[in-house]
Design a protein around this ligand. Structure first.
Ligand SMILES: C[S@@+](CC[C@H](N)C(=O)[O-])C[C@H]1O[C@@H](n2cnc3c(N)ncnc32)[C@H](O)[C@@H]1O
Length: 207
């Protein structure tokens, strides 16, 4: 199957985001950083150009991270931004990359679920649940569509990514019931722009 390819937009991603959404998405990514000080072993999936990864390493001086992204250009940008000292970078598909069992005490996925349809997300969550330690935290940023204008905006974003990256997913899946079904419970949530974008903190085994 033809995968999404972010190589073309990778260097422009940050300023397109800034132009369209100001600092809103950056604030979402950073929202729960103060709660992640105990993390030691993180799985950072689809982090793109590494803006979250850099902040995580800056705020937590002992955490080490496995970064996985499909785009080689995104990976290069992330490596330049966050450095290689405490990070293992892998260019791979999160749906097939080999993951260790019971390894991570932190999972981070920001604006990543929107790359998948419902069955892929279900499969992805099952894999990540197997790689997470009991009590592991999972920090999520995502779009939500509580209103018609939000739905229209998110449809526009899907169109943009379909044209620029070949994204196949057509609509935003509600990840919350799926995450719960895989043994995670949401322990905190914060939203912005009338609920269009949310930051969520989940925990494995907290239902
Ligand atoms: C919408 S961007 C979000 C990037 C970043 N997390 C952020 O907050 O801006 C999605 C990222 O996920 C990556 N990606 C998409 N599908 C993937 C997959 N199946 N496995 C790994 N990475 C994937 C893309 O290359 C891209 O870097």
């Amino acid at each position: 199957m033809q995968m999404m390819n972010c190589d073309l937009i990778a260097p422009h991603y940050w300023w397109i985001e800034r132009l369209g959404m100001g600092r809103t998405l950056e604030r979402r990514r950073r929202w729960f950083l103060p709660d992640l000080g105990n993390a030691r072993n993180a799985l950072v999936l689809g982090d793109g150009d590494g803006r979250f990864l850099r902040e995580l390493l800056r705020r937590n001086s002992v955490v080490r991270a496995d970064y996985v992204d499909l785009s080689s250009r995104m990976l290069e940008l992330a490596r330049r931004r966050a450095g290689a000292e405490r990070v293992n970078y892998t260019r791979a598909d999160a749906l097939t990359v080999e993951l260790p069992r019971d390894e991570y005490d932190l999972i981070a996925t920001h604006f990543f679920f929107d790359c998948f349809d419902a069955s892929e997300l279900d499969f992805l969550f099952a894999r990540i649940a197997g790689a997470a330690k009991p009590g592991a935290k999972w920090v999520v940023s995502e779009f939500r569509v509580p209103t018609v204008p939000a739905r229209l905006l998110v449809s526009g974003l899907y169109l943009f990514f379909r044209i620029t990256t070949g994204l196949k997913a057509r609509r935003l899946v509600d990840h919350r019931p799926l995450l719960r079904a895989h043994g995670f419970g949401m322990i905190s949530v914060n939203e912005a722009r009338g609920g269009l974008v949310v930051s969520e903190l989940w925990e494995r085994g907290s239902l």
